[in-house]
Design a protein. Sequence first.
Length: 194
Amino acid sequence: MKELDAIKSEVLSCQKCALCQHRHTVVFGEGCSSSSLMCIGEGPGYYEDMAGRPFVGASGQLLDKILDVCGFSRQRNVFIANIVKCRPPGNRAPLPEERAQCLPYLLQQIEIINPRILVLLGATALQGLIDSEARITRLRGRWLEWNGRWVMPTYHPSALLRTPELKRDAWEDFKKVIDKYREVVDANHFSAYH
Ligand code: SF4
């Protein structure tokens, strides 16, 4: 898609915040550019920085598994991006000023891809996009409305790897995403597990 490619070429050479100094690669995001579903995480980690692709490490593999059981995939119907597009050193959370510098790119991506549903993976995504004071433990599993889109905050896959007991809650959240997708995008959407 031309508009998305235009932003991508701008982002790939971006030096608007200090994160550009340590990155190996800018991670623009990937997936189907006409997706009705978009997943948004925090920022690239080591493997993502090396590969230039979002969610390719252990947490990415878990995310792909979750999406797969829900009937979603990057190839067909999901776009995956992050709040910041360059890896914070040592995998720390991006600072507010870094998030603020990078956010316009994400907003443009959302505008162009035009998803009906956003899944926010973890506190940084929730705070970066919706409310800097919001807490993921309080808002996860609840539908929010934002700029005419449905938003489901849930745990970041890395939290699920650290604390497997959270997987049950995360699955409940993703079941709601499947239901909403059937309601507003495709009534015949298939998931083998829900
Ligand atoms: S994190 Fe975003 S704003 Fe900062 S340098 Fe990378 S692309 Fe630019």
